[in-house]
Design a protein around this ligand. Structure first.
Ligand SMILES: [Zn+2]
Length: 320
């Protein structure tokens, strides 16, 4: 099975273009038109080809895009209208690498020649001026900017990065935010538990909410913040699980006609109750272990992504 990345890497090599490993996108300039080739959303067998063009300041209309696709003899399909001046076509990739590369080359040739014959020129994504553009990595995205736009975006972003660097991290408020967020995760544990599930979903919810909660109140995100969010998540998941067990115990008491007990009394009594019975202890710890295991499965990728995202948030650089 040839993967999308292998197909695009092969195409990049065959056509002499660049392939960005991190963003999984083939990009470059073809006959004077800048373009990017990412995977089509939710379909690994198709790629998109994005161009940035205007004609006398007007973007390409959807009807003209459809017309161009129709005249291509099924080489390209028009992809739903995108934000001007970006225009996207879809190309179905062959199973083997060489044929996929040839298909991309054919599509690039057809589209660039068609744009030229219809009077469309390459356009900057930001200022919409008909200028030559260069591929730039902006945060986690790929943009095509003219030199002036590149300069102003770099300056803007470094201002923002500076402003963020100058903002003090309010750790105490962050802890409150992380605990509040993680509490939502604990609620999911209780709800899912009452429905009879232990799921990774609760861990994921707890991780996302704890991280967001921290960032919102601390006013910035850091590795310290991620660790605090993690601890908040572990504490709140413990509380959620214990609440779940307390509900179960309370239900059992109600069944035998004992109605004097309230939730908080039972909740407080859980550790003593569990300690008194080794079988119950085993069951309790096993369930808690499962809650944490699923939570880690959900949370670890989220936290890694969040920390990585922080690192690239303020990068602007020219590719090539
Ligand atoms: Zn520009």
């Amino acid at each position: 099975m040839v993967t999308f990345v292998q197909k695009l890497s092969a195409a990049a090599e065959a056509i002499g273009l660049s392939f960005d490993q991190g963003r999984n996108v083939l990009y470059g300039t073809f006959n004077g038109y800048s373009f990017a080739v990412p995977q089509a959303p939710s379909n690994a067998r198709y790629c998109l080809i994005n161009f940035y063009v205007t004609h006398d300041g007007s973007p390409l209309s959807a009807s003209e895009g459809k017309q161009i696709a129709k005249e291509s003899n099924k080489l390209v399909e028009f992809f739903k209208p995108s934000a001007a001046p970006s225009v996207s076509f879809m190309v179905k990739l062959e199973k083997d690498e060489a044929a996929a590369a040839q298909k991309i080359l054919d599509a690039l040739t057809y589209l660039s020649e068609t744009f030229a014959s219809r009077g469309y020129v390459n356009t900057c994504e930001r200022c919409h001026q008909p200028l030559e553009t260069e591929p730039c990595a902006v945060g986690n995205g790929l943009k095509f900017f003219c030199p002036d736009c590149f300069e102003s975006v770099s300056a803007n972003i470094s201002d923002k990065a500076q402003a963020e660097a100058d903002t003090p991290e309010n750790v105490v408020a962050g802890i409150v935010g992380a605990l509040g967020g993680a509490l939502l995760g604990a609620l999911v544990v209780v709800i899912m538990g009452q429905l009879g599930y232990v799921s990774a979903l609760s861990g994921l919810v707890a991780a996302i909410c704890a991280l967001k909660g921290y960032e919102l109140l601390a006013k910035k995100m850091s590795v310290k913040g991620a660790i605090i969010a993690c601890v908040a998540m572990l504490v709140m998941l413990y509380v959620g699980h214990r609440a779940n067990v307390a509900i179960e115990v309370l239900k059992a008491f109600r069944e035998i006609g004992e109605t004097d007990l309230d939730f908080f009394t039972v909740f407080r009594a859980i550790p003593a109750l569990v300690k008194s019975d080794s079988e119950l202890m085993g069951e309790y710890l096993k369930e808690l272990f499962m809650v944490y295991l699923f939570a880690l499965l959900g949370a670890v990728p989220t936290i890694i992504k969040s920390i990585k995202g922080q690192k690239t948030k303020y990068t602007v650089q020219k590719l090539n």
